[in-house]
Design a binder for this molecule. Structure first.
Ligand code: FES
Length: 194
């Protein structure tokens, strides 16, 4: 697919449902694709998936992944493989705050398991679940790259380090308070890549 054709390919229709980026987002995607040589558009897949997750409902449904595949001229399976590999991509609707608890060795040995158990108790959910008020989703992830400050968790894009159960309690309290004033419709927040 020619890079310039993407603006003329604004919608993806599957079983009567339309999926499409806003025109300004399509322009961003086009600019991203121009960073790579012709025929290497697959290289833009990660940033485009981040944009899709942010703009198209906070998670990557099959329809959204198929739309991204159509934009980049890829087979849908190529998009599924990437989206299911990386923990930063969500395949289901998430809570407003996604709490990702590192469970890799250094964190686990430094109290990470206790932190996870404490979160499960305080939120009354298990990893992979969302609280009934839609505020929190709890996940476990592999190394977040901050082993020296273990145990670590990430809330959306913010790191919280050297955790204790008391720090977790304060964090949950702050997030609940913040949620009361945050009128954003976004269920997640991800870095903008362009
Ligand atoms: S092991 Fe948890 S941040 Fe590396």
């Amino acid at each position: 697919m020619e890079h310039n054709n993407i603006i003329n390919h604004p919608q993806f229709v599957k079983e009567g449902k339309q999926v499409s980026f806003k025109p300004e987002t399509l322009k961003k995607v086009q600019d991203l694709m121009k960073r790579y040589p012709e025929g290497r558009q697959k290289s833009a897949l990660l940033p485009v998936l981040h944009i899709a997750q942010e703009e198209l409902g906070g998670y990557l449904s099959v329809d959204v992944m198929d739309y991204v595949a159509s934009l980049l001229g890829l087979q849908p399976i190529e998009v599924y493989e990437v989206a299911t590999f990386y923990s930063m991509f969500y395949l289901d609707k998430m809570g407003k705050y996604v709490i990702e608890v590192c469970q890799t060795g250094p964190c686990a040995l430094s109290g990470g398991e206790q932190i996870l158990a404490h979160l499960q108790e305080m939120l009354e959910i298990m990893p992979g679940e969302t609280t009934s008020d839609g505020i929190f989703t709890l996940k476990t992830v592999e190394c977040l790259g901050s082993c020296g400050t273990a145990p670590v968790l990430q809330v959306n894009t913010d790191f919280h380090e050297k955790l204790t159960p008391g720090k977790v309690d304060k964090l949950l309290e702050d997030l609940r308070e913040y949620a009361k004033h945050d009128k954003s419709d976004d269920s997640t927040w991800v870095e903008k890549f362009c």
